[in-house]
Write a protein that binds this ligand. Structure first.
Ligand code: 26V
Length: 818
């Protein structure tokens, strides 16, 4: 007899085939006898989606029934990339699908390439959110993610004549099979207006009378766990015109204009802000933040009230995590709901709020922390500004009792910054309103304690923790590097590492096995071939597979020092040019690969991209150099490109000036793929060194303690002649465009060299030489590569999430029965 517990859908190849054809005919409305790769991809995606929905429902029902404490992960950014391969792998039905498609005359991998990336985020923080969702689902945590459904994701980078141009990423153009529109899950979000005081049963009560209303509509994106039936939800909000009568607009009697005005509501969730450093105090950004916060909290509180009737239970049933300061208005919003709408006493509400919220900061330097001009807040969210002032007043009173009238410290710690532009310090709000404040690596934590958040750490040391970031091995090995995945499982004799990355240490047992080495080498070769084909297709440059593939891919920032890499490449080129034929024979050929996006308004970053192209043009066309050195810029770096590039890299570079990268997660992805790291002792690298040892990587540069000193004292004596020489080549127009590059060169001139490229150059060149030396001893290189993967288990986001669950959120796994 049929049991509802089995679900309706069968997963044998024949049933899958039927399902795909059904979707071709009835969802895509194409003939089942004639459809192309893209249509096949869409039908395939819909059939996978059906299976996701089944699990999603079951998980949801199970959570509802068992009522565990839930985590809500609030983030304005998620960089999910593609979903197809990840979904079928996590569902455990990849082979069945491959067979079903084969019989239909299609290849799974080819169809997977049809999918575009969901790029609803900028960089590190956003991809981290995506990895963490995968871990939450896999570890069976009762969690939901909340985010915004931007219609335009991160811009597409197009390179014309070596210059970056930005094009809109209208990613929903062909529909998005991975989301489920919930037309009935909608909430009104209010803006502007005034705050009135009314008498309620003899008590004065604040009432916010809004001037504008917008509707938030939920779009659900199922996130399947691996090796479990659990599928959790990522709920993204889209803005729609409100159904409530907007009196102001209609009273004018201008019907057409009132419709046009209504339509403007949709702009709120239209576009992702593409600059991951500058908070410019723009009204639209603030609107996005509040729109997101308000819709999410209404949804969360409604769900809580469905199952519980006393707000005292909120901290036992709900954990709200603030992914950076971007959602920190949630603290004021929860207070508004509890005090104004649920009529709780302020102190009681505050106690609840503090127990519910936790916060992670992804920033190192205090100047980069988010601030919101008070004027803006006052006009858009008048009631929230009052609440923030009240929170601050009480905090200042409490602080005075503890530290006395130390006005400097009081003013540094105040949530309100007095100054030319009076502003709200969002990090201070988040810290005051959370019970745990997290850093993202050990080094970051030290910096937070001793500098960035020193005052707060001294006040509440028990609030501060760190959880070293991690990445998911499902995406970064299983999905993106199937050959390595198979090899690891073969030599470990199990696939259990896919759920427990600590087992990767077992690879150490085979470190001297030459058969293992041979297979390891072949896997890298296959991945290098894929990458070489891609490079040729994108840039026309043919690269030799014997060369060392040396990769630096990440957002372009001065502190990440892509310029150091390029100057190093110029140095290498210069050396080659001055070498005789005999010496050249000993040189390790290199393919230098750089990729990443510059924020549209970040001039210096854009000049770095142009310089990279100018240098590439010169080197790649120098017949004298041939395969000894090539430089390619990979355009439009995104999650899918990362999957290809990381698997095919021999060496990867992580060059941030020590103390500037909060964590860095690229390091971990390369590590998992057996790519050696050439890196400064910054962020996560410090812990990677602890795990695999500095003799299995190439560490260089000033240590974090030295950086401040070097800046103070100046370190002219440490700047090697070679540095001045390569810089001069750029200045003198060796690569053309000397006027354009002048301001870029100025940023690294002695006395102006904030990120210390000059003083680190000598040690950088030495590390590069050490990498060359290791590469010509393949046995040694392979061992280092194996030990990198073997030591990467600690950098799984599973470890991070488990740590958050136990120490911060206090949630337990809740596994949906099979
Ligand atoms: C700031 C802004 C400001 C304006 C609007 C858009 C926007 C988006 C993001 C941000 C903050 C970016 C901070 C960030 O991505 N930090 C990175 O976080 C990674 C994960 O923890 C970490 O590995 C990187 O070291 C850190 O730079």
């Amino acid at each position: 007899m049929f049991s509802l517990m089995d679900g309706f859908l069968k997963n044998d190849p024949l049933s899958l085939q039927k399902d795909i054809l059904n979707h071709v005919e009835y969802t895509m409305a194409r003939s089942r006898f004639n459809f192309d790769d893209f249509e096949a991809y869409q039908a395939l995606a819909h059939s996978v989606r059906d299976r996701l929905i089944e699990r999603w429902h079951d998980t949801h029902v199970y959570f509802k029934r068992t009522k565990p404490k839930r985590l809500y992960f609030l983030s304005l950014e998620f960089l999910m990339g593609r979903s197809l391969t990840n979904s079928v792998i996590n569902l455990g039905i990849q082979d069945q699908y491959a067979e079903a498609l084969n019989q239909l005359g299609f290849e799974f991998e080819v169809l997977a390439e049809q999918e575009g990336d969901a790029a609803l985020g900028n960089g590190g923080l956003a991809r981290l959110s995506a990895c963490q969702m995968d871990s939450l689902a896999t570890l069976d945590y009762p969690a939901w993610g909340y985010g915004l459904r931007y219609e335009y994701g991160l811009f597409r980078q197009v390179i014309v004549d070596g210059f970056q141009h930005e094009q809109p990423d209208y990613w929903l153009n062909f529909g998005n099979p991975w989301e489920i529109e919930r037309i009935h899950v909608t909430y009104e979000v209010k803006f502007h207006g005034t705050v009135e005081e009314v008498d309620m049963n003899g008590k004065k009560q604040k009432v916010w009378v809004p001037g504008e209303m917008v509707e938030a509509v939920a779009y659900d994106n199922p996130i399947p766990g691996y090796g479990t039936r659990n599928a959790i939800n990522l709920r993204l909000w889209a803005a729609k015109p409100s159904n409530q009568l907007n009196l102001e607009a209609y009273n004018t009697g201008d019907y057409i204009n009132s419709i046009v005005n209504r339509q403007r509501a949709e702009t709120i969730s239209n576009v992702l802000y593409p600059d991951d450093r500058n908070h410019q105090g723009k009204e639209l950004r603030l609107k996005q933040q509040y729109f997101f916060v308000s819709a999410s909290l209404q949804d969360i509180i409604r769900r809580f009230k469905d199952a519980h009737n006393n707000f005292d239970e909120l901290p036992d049933k709900v954990a709200l995590h603030l992914n950076d300061t971007h959602p920190s208005l949630s603290i004021a919003e929860l207070m508004r709901i509890l005090v104004d709408e649920e009529h709780l006493d302020w102190n009681k509400a505050w106690d609840i709020a503090c127990k519910v919220f936790s916060f992670t900061t992804h920033t190192v330097v205090a100047e980069a922390l988010e601030k919101i001009p008070v004027d803006l807040l006052e006009s858009l969210l008048p009631r929230h500004l009052q609440i923030i002032y009240d929170i601050n007043f009480k905090f200042m009173e409490e602080l005075k009792k503890k530290i006395g009238l130390d006005y400097n410290r009081l003013s540094r710690m105040s949530i309100v910054e007095e100054g030319a532009v009076k502003s709200i310090r969002m990090a201070n709000l988040a810290i005051v309103g959370s019970h745990v404040v997290n850093g993202v690596s050990k080094l970051h934590f030290d910096t937070l304690k001793t500098r960035t958040l020193k005052d707060f750490y001294e006040l509440w040391p028990e609030k501060f923790q760190y959880k070293t970031n991690g990445v998911t091995q499902r995406r970064w090995i299983v999905v993106s590097n199937p050959s390595l995945c198979a090899l690891i499982s073969k030599w470990l004799g199990t696939e259990a590492w896919i759920r427990n990355a600590d087992l990767l240490t077992g690879l150490r047992d085979h470190i001297d096995n030459t058969d293992f080495h041979q297979e390891w080498k072949m896997v890298k070769k296959v991945n290098k071939m894929r990458l070489a084909e891609y490079i040729e297709a994108m840039s026309g440059v043919k690269v030799s597979l014997d060369a060392m593939f040396d990769v630096q891919v990440k957002r372009i920032h001065e502190y990440k020092r892509q310029l150091l890499n390029i100057l190093g490449i110029i140095h290498r080129y210069d050396c080659l040019k001055n070498m005789d034929k005999n010496d050249r024979r000993k040189v390790v050929p290199r393919v230098c690969i750089i990729g990443g996006k510059a924020a549209p308004g970040y001039e210096i970053a854009k000049k770095i991209i142009k310089l990279c192209h100018a240098v590439a043009e010169k080197i790649n066309n120098d017949a004298d150099i041939g395969d000894l050195l090539k430089l390619v810029f990979i355009p439009d770096y995104n999650v899918s490109v990362a999957e290809l590039v990381i698997a095919g890299a021999d060496l990867s570079q992580h060059l941030s000036t020590a103390g500037h990268e909060a964590s860095g997660t690229g390091t971990m992805k390369f590590l998992m793929n057996g790519c050696l790291l050439l890196a400064t002792a910054d962020g996560s690298t410090v812990e990677i060194i602890e795990e695999i040892g500095s003799d299995n990587m190439f560490v260089f540069g000033a240590k974090v303690q030295e950086v401040a000193q070097m800046r103070e004292k100046g370190s002219i004596s440490k700047v090697p002649l070679q540095f001045s020489r390569v810089l001069r080549m750029v200045r003198d127009g060796y690569f053309g465009h000397e006027d354009y590059f002048k301001s870029l060169c100025d940023t690294v001139e002695i006395d102006n060299d904030f990120y210390l490229l000059g003083p680190d150059f000598g040690s950088y060149i030495e590390a590069q030489a050490a990498a060359d030396k290791a590469f010509i001893e393949p046995e040694k290189w392979i061992k280092m590569s194996i030990l990198s993967v073997a030591g990467s288990g600690r950098f799984s986001s599973d470890r991070t999430i488990q740590d958050y669950a136990e120490r911060t959120w206090k949630i337990d796994p809740c596994r949906c029965p099979l």
